[in-house]
Write a protein that binds this ligand. Structure first.
Ligand code: 0RA
Length: 658
């Protein structure tokens, strides 16, 4: 830090205040201090390197997870400037690393990000790191600076020279244990984001290395979004080759690839400045409007609509089987919505709409057979939609879907303020019974679900709506279904899935998640869906009873309990009883493994799994919609091979923390 007469200058005091603010409230800057926030650190640094690529100066990013869980990110960009900053009077590098939001100051004409958790700046990563080191190669010289909890150890200095043309920046940081609950990086989590970035920026090669197990993966997709769409549809059967649209309209660079497959679901993934806009927004609206209008115009002009057809195709019909990726670059993006991932700029709607209108009409004129195939597919969708409407009407007339007629087996709560209410969807009647007795009936509702619900990935909508268990969920949640679903109307703020900790339980959980993801998706994006975490073991010694939620915890508890050398681990209460009153009574530690929720009595279920004060619940979040879609398709779709591979790879965790 710049010192004058041994005192900090005014600006360095500001720096300290800034860093302190970040360390005091890290969640405000990176979302949370769990695994998710930890991985955001890497994303933040990588995003800076990608910005260099967007500016046209970088084609390579290498991310390395080191043995001590420090991470380095190396690029071949221009290198962070090192000249003395006119106002702060220190090297620009130091300013970028220590002043909040200073990163893009020098580069006005870039697609800087202004929403969500992205773009908070490299200084935030620095502030939350035990230590951080930066090496800049620029103008033939190598510069270096090192920091502790964000504070520079010494001013930026030159540590060498280099001859090659390769400028660039290498940042290495070790997340601070004082800040983060965990500092363990996961290869797959990092890989997922790098893969996504490689699809979105086809000119950049992304490499991920993990020195802990010598893993290395290189992501480079010459086909860009075309490859992305093919990847997303890997397990589906496409009807044609991807349609690719690229160009710039009113200064908005637009890139789109899409294709139709024989599946029923729609999978659109939208990005603004490389950020996944999970809630969609104006770019998506522009695309849909143009897609519907262009196809309808083409069909009318080319006699594809039969004279006597009563059905007219709407936007809904063009969704079925559509897989698309939309990527736009916006100079000053406005992000809206619950999670700040919905694009608000209205000029983007018209830009995308015009561009798609023009290019798609051209494409259809030149590819009549593809046009016909797609149109026929959507025509069948329209017919199915009409059938679904009738099915819904029929079920609705029986009052099976609305919340005026709650399902008989729902034990509702007494409060009716959704924000404070939660519903446990519980596997099986016996666990349902325990949960009903054990709950706090003021704010906890219980809905027992019988066994395996329908796999919605494979069923037509009328079958889905006829299913009793699904009807019960729809009416209990009370927010509608499909097209008319409105998560604001949900009668509960938390939907908690509680299934057994075995293979069947995880299958049922996946079925439930698939249903929620495909038909009540906003519940998931709004963060209202949770997974209960029942304990795996009860460990008892004398009067002391403890619960372990995994094997690691079990071992910890055993170590602590096994103080006496007479202690013995036994399988049953009887063993202890039998030894009592004999010459050698044993002080046993009894471990019981819970096979199902039903084995717990109501009090145990309450204290381990349902009491908000003591339970842990996992929030289901769709960090990457593309990854979630891929997993559901893999687990629930038609192709058997990829499912087997996936389950083998994730044997222990064949559930979905996506
Ligand atoms: C500010 C200005 C310029 C580049 C960068 C920052 C920059 C930041 C990072 C972070 C990681 N890699 C980076 N590469 C570059 C432009 C400087 C110029 O005009 O040469």
């Amino acid at each position: 830090m710049a010192k004058e007469n041994g005192n900090y200058t005014a600006s360095s005091i500001n720096v300290l205040k800034g860093l302190e603010a970040v360390r005091k409230r890290p969640a405000m800057y990176i979302g949370d201090v769990g695994s998710r926030g930890l991985h955001h650190l890497i994303n933040e640094v990588v995003d800076n390197s990608i910005d260099e690529a967007l500016a046209g100066y970088n084609d390579r990013v290498v991310v390395t997870i080191h043995k001590d869980q420090s991470v380095s990110v190396e690029d071949r960009g221009r290198g962070i400037p090192v000249d003395i900053h006119p106002i702060e009077k220190v090297s620009a590098l130091e300013v970028v690393m220590t002043v909040l939001h200073a990163g893009g100051k020098f580069d006005k004409d870039s697609y800087k990000v202004s929403g969500g958790l992205h773009g908070v700046g490299i200084s935030v990563v620095n502030a939350l790191s035990e230590w951080c080191k930066v090496e800049v190669k620029r103008d033939g010289k190598i510069y270096f600076q090192e920091y502790r909890q964000g504070i520079p150890k010494v001013p930026v200095k030159q540590i060498g020279t280099y001859k090659s043309e390769n400028n660039g920046t290498k940042t290495t940081f070790k997340p601070d244990k004082e800040i983060f609950k965990t500092i363990k990086f996961h290869f797959d989590t990092v890989a997922e984001r790098l893969r996504e970035l490689a699809y979105l920026n086809k000119e950049v090669t992304m490499t991920l290395k993990d020195e802990n197990d010598d893993q290395e993966e290189v992501f480079k997709f010459k086909g860009g979004l075309i490859d992305f769409v093919k990847y997303l549809d890997e397990n589906r059967s496409p009807l044609h080759k991807p349609v690719y649209i690229e160009g710039e309209k009113d200064s908005v660079p637009i890139e789109i690839a899409f294709e139709y497959s024989d599946s029923y679901s729609e999978n659109i993934h939208t990005y603004v400045n490389n950020i996944n806009t999970i809630e969609g927004g104006t770019h998506l609206v522009g695309f849909r409007t143009a897609l519907t209008r262009t196809f309808n115009n083409y069909a009318a002009k080319n006699g594809l609509i039969k004279e006597n057809s009563k059905i007219s195709l709407t936007g809904e019909d063009y969704k079925e089987g559509l897989t698309a990726v939309i990527s736009v670059k916006v100079m000053e993006p406005q992000f809206e919505g619950q999670t700040k991932t919905k694009l608000g700029n209205s000029e983007v709607k018209s830009a995308v709409e015009m561009m798609v209108g023009e290019k798609l009409s051209e494409f259809l004129e030149e590819n009549a057979s593809v046009a016909k195939k797609i149109f026929e597919k959507c025509m069948r969708a329209a017919e199915a939609r009409e059938a679904a409407r009738k099915a819904r009407e029929l079920v609705r007339r029986k009052n099976a879907l609305d919340s005026m007629h709650l399902p008989g087996k729902l034990a509702d709560c007494s409060i009716n303020d959704p924000e404070h209410c939660e519903i446990y969807i519980v596997e099986g009647d016996s666990a349902g019974g325990s949960a009903k007795q054990g709950r706090d009936r003021r704010f906890q509702a219980i809905l027992p679900i019988k066994g395996k619900i329908l796999n919605v990935e494979k069923a037509k909508i009328n079958k889905i709506l006829e299913n009793q268990e699904i009807q019960a969920m729809i009416s209990a949640i009370g927010a509608g279904i499909g097209e008319d679903f409105d998560s604001e109307k949900s009668r509960y703020g938390k939907i908690i899935l509680m299934t057994d900790a075995d293979v069947d339980g995880s299958h049922i959980r996946t079925l439930l998640l698939t249903f929620l993801y495909r038909h009540m998706k906003d519940l998931i994006t709004a963060g209202k869906v949770y997974i209960a975490q029942p304990p795996l073991y009860k460990i008892k010694k004398g009067k002391e009873e403890l619960y372990a939620f995994d094997d690691e915890e079990r071992e910890k508890i055993l170590k602590r309990m096994k103080a006496g050398k007479d202690d013995k681990i036994v399988e049953s209460e009887e063993e202890i009883a039998a030894a009592e009153g004999t010459d050698q009574p044993i002080k046993g530690i009894l471990i019981s493994r819970y096979k199902g929720l039903g084995e717990m009595n109501p009090e145990q279920l309450w204290s381990t799994t349902m009491n908000p004060e003591t339970r842990t619940v996992l929030q289901v979040n769709v960090e990457s919609a593309a990854a979630a879609d891929k997993i559901f398709e893999t687990l629930m779709g038609d192709a058997v091979e990829p499912r087997r591979d996936f389950i083998e790879k994730h044997a222990k965790y064949a559930n979905l923390d996506v």
